[in-house]
Write a protein of this length. Structure first.
Length: 467
């Protein structure tokens, strides 16, 4: 049987996956910053993590999946400049930062549910884990990796010879004299905040805590190091995120964790999802070019069709969101669900001996770094197969759907649609023909054809099937 191979950003190659602990795979996915709506690009990151988790389970492993909620510390600029996104959103809406976080977290979770993303085993919020974050900063301080400025506590990247390996950053290649952000406080350009002090000018923050270094709040990266360690242990299997996380967020998570915990590698596999593009640029809130799941639903799009659309591209590929591409996915998705629903009515159980071949091809597709488009192609092969009876097809599709999450097992014919209705139309057409009302008979045939019904005239009456 094919072994699972996953692309590891650390090595830039596909590696055979084996968990550290055969009893359970630990997966941590960087979650959203809950100051606003998560758009369809964000959703792609979580559908990818869900595909990974479902695949691991289908391959027979238990999975412990953790997704965090960033509700403090993510500044408007990733390089420790700007304001906390949560505080800005609170000021704009007039709500408290806590209420803003609560509201957008609920909307985010609802959207994941609509997309059939399985609930993680652990949801964790940064604001619920301030003690763990402080503890990790203390450890780094005790080991000499930090320095304190008027602005907060910083990680000194020059103390870590392995810094930047994930992103293949070469600190020594930075142009001399290049501007260092916050030159007044940072020793090296890549140094990053572990703890930021609340502003001394009296501007009151809503979210702030006491710490050994003064009242303030954690930097963005430390939350993921602290929470993943708390829930998955000091070493774990897989960490996911978007490609934007490679050069800063994940690079800094590694530096913190490996030096605080003295483990290396801290995480075995780093996996990153590609961009969802919109109008030739990355779908992004800051560029204002976003669509949300609510927008799609308002346009009558089934969220399942969007999930199907996403599965049509490999997770690492850049993918464009266009109306035409979405429309194509909607049509194919509806056809697939309809076929799956029809299979349930049949008792034809031929072809049990062929099932394993399809399952193995599906497995091979996933084993090849989660190749969902290839896995979907196998699904269509099953649907169209002449050697499998409907009972086998339905059982097989239900099994493959454990990975795809498209609802194939319990698909139902669209409301109002039933074979009896089609039977009635076909009978009506036969009667029209018998009465030589060919105009009426043709009109009925056209209507049925438009619904994908193929008519076969035979001496003992007209038979129909779905085309
Ligand atoms: P954020 O809330 O900005 O921290 O983003 C949450 C997740 O969505 C991260 O994993 C990002 O990498 C991912 N993400 C943001 N924009 C896109 C996009 N256009 N396509 C794919 N993933 C994205
Ligand atoms: Zn993170």
């Amino acid at each position: 049987m094919s072994e699972l191979r996953l692309y590891n950003t650390l090595s830039r190659t596909r590696e055979r996956f084996e968990p550290l602990d055969p009893a359970q795979v630990g997966v941590y996915s960087c979650g959203p910053t809950v100051y606003s709506h998560q758009h369809l690009g964000n959703m792609r990151a979580y559908v990818f993590a869900d595909l990974l988790k479902r695949t691991l389970r289908w391959f027979g492993w238990e999975v412990r999946h953790v997704i965090n909620i960033t509700d403090v510390g993510h500044l408007t600029d990733d390089a420790d400049e700007g304001e906390d996104k949560m505080e800005v959103a609170a000021r704009r809406s007039g709500e408290s930062a806590w209420d803003v976080a609560e509201r957008w977290t609920a909307i985010f979770k609802r959207d994941l549910e609509r997309l059939r993303v399985l609930e993680p085993d652990v949801w964790c919020r940064a604001t619920d884990h301030i003690d763990e974050q402080i503890e990790m900063i203390r450890r780094l301080e005790a080991r000499g990796f930090t320095y304190v400025t008027a602005d907060g506590v910083y990680f000194d990247v020059s103390k870590d010879p392995g810094y930047g390996e994930l992103a293949r950053l070469r600190l020594d290649e930075q142009a001399p004299g290049e501007r260092i952000e916050h030159a007044d406080v940072k020793r090296n350009r890549a140094d990053f905040a572990l703890w930021k002090l609340s502003p001394a000018d009296g501007a009151q923050r809503q979210m702030e805590w006491d710490s050994p270094w003064g009242r303030g709040f954690p930097g963005w990266h430390i939350e993921c190091s602290a929470m993943s360690t708390r829930y998955l242990g000091e070493q774990f299997d897989i960490h996911t995120g978007g490609v934007d996380h490679i050069p800063v967020h994940h690079t800094n998570e590694i530096a913190q964790s490996e030096n605080a915990l003295e483990v290396r590698p801290w995480v075995r596999f780093w996996m990153h999802g590609g961009w969802l593009m919109f109008n030739d640029e990355k779908m992004s809130k800051s560029r204002g070019s976003v669509r949300t799941l609510d927008d799609l639903i308002a346009d009558g799009v089934d969220p399942g069709a969007f999930r199907f659309f996403l599965l049509g591209a490999h997770y690492r590929q850049q993918m464009s969101f266009t109306d035409e591409a979405l429309q194509g996915a909607r049509t194919a998705h509806a056809r697939l669900l309809r076929r799956a629903a029809e299979l349930r009515a049949s008792e034809d159980s031929r072809g049990a001996e062929h099932v394993e071949g399809y399952r193995e091809r599906f497995r091979e597709a996933l084993a090849d770094d989660l190749n969902a488009p290839r896995a979907l192609a196998v699904v269509w092969e099953v649907v169209r197969s002449g050697e499998l009876g409907d009972v086998q097809k339905h059982e097989l599709l239900s099994d493959l759907d454990e990975v795809l999450g498209l609802g194939l097992a319990d698909a139902e014919l669209p409301e109002g649609e039933s074979d009896a209705r089609i039977d009635g139309l076909v009978r009506e057409r036969d009667e029209a023909r018998a009465a030589r009302d060919f105009a009426r008979a043709d009109a009925l045939r056209d209507q049925l054809q438009a619904e994908g019904i193929v008519l076969e005239d035979s001496p003992d009456g007209t038979r129909w099937r779905r085309g």
